[in-house]
Design a protein. Structure first.
Length: 236
């Protein structure tokens, strides 16, 4: 049995439905990441401990000092019950930004026909496949003398293998093979840290740390990255 082979290929028109779904999934996956970050924040954990402890103290449900260990198990469901409303509140605060952003992406000029839009000169959309499995994708659009990465996503199991680096490097090479392109730019957020690491690994510098704050903990989003042709060629 042959081992699966990884390859990067251009988008086909038949890939559109699955790819559009992938773009939507990528956007909403960031909401899940934001909710996890909210739940694991030291502030959230401190609030949870205080609320749970205060309630147990008020109800006088704390096991006695000499109580056997299994008695403490009786308070576990109570403590868990306090997690749900905290997570629900975080999701309620976080969700509007991500839903608005997803709608903006879905109504973008490229979503009418990804194949036609990125088949224009200077644009490109590529899929990374491992055997028959679609691992991720990257799209780039030419704007004047700059190529901007508009979409970049890799399924989580393949991120540790740095599949995002392979996609980004491929797009960079394609961009700088076009005359007149002087730089490649991209955008990240705290909810797609693996993409930011890929930009940094391939020599991009952070041109902006973000201008907008979102979510329950007011995270900065919209970090921009830039790689010039000179910097890229000097690293060859």
């Amino acid at each position: 049995m042959e081992n699966p082979v990884a390859r990067i290929r251009p988008l086909k028109s038949s890939d559109e439905p699955a790819t559009k779904f992938g773009i939507t999934k990528a956007s909403l996956a960031e909401l899940a990441t934001a909710n996890v970050k909210s739940a694991l924040s030291p502030i959230t954990l401190a609030i949870w401990v205080v609320l749970c402890s205060s309630f147990l103290q008020y109800m006088q449900w704390w096991p006695g000092a000499n109580a056997p260990f299994y008695k403490y198990l009786s308070i576990v469901p109570i403590c868990i019950a306090f997690i749900a409303p905290i997570i629900a509140l975080a999701d309620w605060v976080n969700r509007p930004y991500f839903e608005e952003r997803t709608q903006t992406i879905l109504h973008g000029p490229d979503m009418t026909s990804l194949y036609e839009y990125y088949n224009k000169s200077g644009n490109g959309f590529w899929l990374l496949e491992y055997g028959d499995t679609k691992v991720g994708f990257i799209a780039a659009e030419r704007k004047g003398d700059t190529t901007h990465v508009t979409h970049l996503y890799v399924d989580e199991p393949f991120r540790k293998a740095h599949a995002q680096n392979d996609l980004l490097e491929y797009a960079i090479k394609e961009a700088f093979s076009t005359d007149g392109i002087v730089a490649v730019t991209g955008e990240t957020s705290p909810f797609s840290a693996y993409i930011g690491k890929a930009y940094k690994t391939l020599g991009f510098f952070q041109a902006s740390s973000g201008t907008k704050r979102v979510g329950i903990y007011r995270w900065k989003v919209g970090q921009t990255w830039r790689l010039s042709r000179e910097e890229w060629e000097s690293k060859k």
